[in-house]
Design a protein around this ligand. Structure first.
Ligand code: SF4
Length: 344
C-alpha cells in the first residue's frame, strides 16, 4: 500500500471524533433546458463545487476551512448541517449519518444538535420580531422549556451568556450594532443546546475592531460549553486566532490539512504559502516568500490534473495530467507531487 493510500485525515475514526466527512462531492447541473441545448447544439454544463473532501473534527475542537471565493467552503458547510444534499460521500455527526434516511424523531434530534451562524447577522434575524422571540424560537420548536415564564428567564440567561443585557430581549434587531446582532445570532444558535456549530464567515461583515470581540466570545463559549466548531473563512488571520486544525480548499479539493500551529509555522502546499503571503499581519519570518501570479480559474472548466498548476511555480509535467493524491507529511496531509516519496 502506498503512503498516499494510508494518509487519512488524522482524526477520522478515532475515539473523540464528533464529525466525520468522507469522500464528499457536490456537482451542480447548470445546463440550459434540453430544448435550448438542442437548438443551440450545446452540451450539459456541470460544476464540481466539492470534490472528494475528507476531514474529521474532534469534540471541543475548531476545524477551519479556508480558501478563496468559489473554493467550495460554504457548499461544504451547507452539506454538513443538512441544508444541501451531497452528490456523493457522507457526513456523520456523533455516529449518525446526516443524509441517511431517518425517521422524523431522529431528524429532529439531529437538527437540535447542529446549529449555524451566518455571515450577515442582520439578514439572519427576523426584523419584525423582538429579540426575545428570536432567541426563544428554537426553545419552542424543540419544546425544551414548555413554561412561558421559565422560557423568558432562559432567554435572559442566553443574552447574558453572549454579553448582552437580558432587558435587550424587548428590543428589535435594528436597534443593535453589527457586533451586537451577531451576539443575538449566537444566543439563538445556543438556544437549542447544540454540541456542534458551523460558523460561516461569522465576522467578515463586522468592523475590524468588533471582529476580535466576537471571536473571543466564540472561544470563551467553546471552553464553557464544550462546543465543537466548523469555522469557514477566507481570512487566515482570523483562522489563526481560532483554529485547532485547518483545511485549505482550492477549487473544491482539500489540498492541505494540518494542525493550525504546524500550518502557520510551515505551510506545505504552494497554494497555502500563497494565501499566507497575502496576509499582511502574519509573521512569515524563516519561510521562503514566493509571488504566485494568476486568479482562481473558472470552476466550470477547471485545469486538468492538479487544479493549481497554472498558478504554481513548481508545476511539472505530471501536475498537468494526474490528480495528486493525499500524502502524509508529519501531522499534515498535502495533495502535491512535491511530497511524493516515490518521486525520483
Ligand atoms: Fe504545484 Fe504540482 Fe504541487 Fe500542484 S502538484 S501544487 S502544480 S507542484
Amino acid at each position: 500500500m502506498s503512503l498516499a493510500e494510508t494518509a487519512r485525515p488524522a482524526a477520522a475514526g478515532e475515539p473523540g471524533t464528533l464529525v466525520e466527512v468522507q469522500g464528499l462531492d457536490r456537482v451542480f447541473d447548470l445546463s440550459r433546458p434540453w430544448l435550448n441545448r438542442l437548438i443551440e447544439r450545446r452540451g450539459r454544463i456541470r460544476l464540481t463545487a466539492v470534490d472528494g473532501v475528507d476531514f474529521a473534527i474532534r469534540r471541543g475542537e475548531t476545524y477551519a476551512l479556508v480558501g478563496e471565493s468559489g473554493s467550495g467552503k460554504s457548499t461544504i458547510a451547507k452539506m454538513v448541517v443538512g441544508l444541501l444534499p451531497p452528490s456523493g460521500g457522507s457526513v456523520t455527526i456523533g455516529g449518525t449519518d446526516v443524509w441517511a434516511g431517518r425517521g422524523r424523531d431522529e431528524q429532529r434530534r439531529m437538527r437540535r444538535r447542529i446549529q449555524m451562524i451566518f455571515q450577515d447577522p442582520f439578514a439572519s434575524l427576523n426584523p419584525r420580531w423582538r429579540v426575545e422571540a428570536i432567541v426563544a424560537e428554537p426553545i419552542k420548536v424543540f419544546d425544551l422549556v414548555p413554561d412561558a415564564g421559565r422560557r423568558r428567564e432562559r432567554v435572559g440567561e442566553l443574552l447574558s451568556l453572549v454579553g448582552l443585557d437580558p432587558r435587550d430581549g424587548q428590543k428589535f434587531p435594528h436597534e443593535f450594532s453589527g457586533g451586537q446582532r451577531q451576539r443575538i445570532a449566537i444566543a439563538r444558535a445556543l438556544a437549542s443546546e447544540p454540541e456542534f456549530i458551523v460558523c460561516d464567515e461569522p465576522t467578515s461583515a463586522l468592523d475590524v475592531s468588533v471582529q476580535a470581540q466576537v471571536l473571543n466570545l466564540l472561544r470563551d463559549l467553546q471552553k464553557r460549553l464544550g462546543l465543537t466548531y466548523l469555522f469557514i473563512s477566507h481570512n487566515l488571520a482570523v483562522v489563526r486566532h481560532v483554529a485547532t486544525r485547518v483545511g485549505v480548499l482550492y477549487l473544491g479539493r482539500l489540498v492541505e490539512e494540518a494542525p493550525a500551529r504546524a500550518l502557520f509555522a510551515e505551510p506545505l502546499h504552494p497554494y497555502t504559502r500563497m494565501l499566507l503571503e497575502a496576509v499582511p499581519d502574519i509573521d512569515m519570518e524563516g519561510i521562503e516568500r514566493q509571488s504566485i501570479a494568476g486568479e482562481i480559474p473558472n470552476p466550470i472548466n477547471p485545469p486538468r490534473g492538479c487544479h493549481f498548476h497554472p498558478r504554481c511555480p513548481h508545476a511539472m509535467d505530471r501536475c498537468r495530467a494526474e490528480v495528486p493524491p493525499r500524502y502524509a507529511v508529519g501531522e499534515a496531509g498535502v495533495r502535491c507531487f512535491l511530497y511524493d516519496p516515490d518521486a525520483t
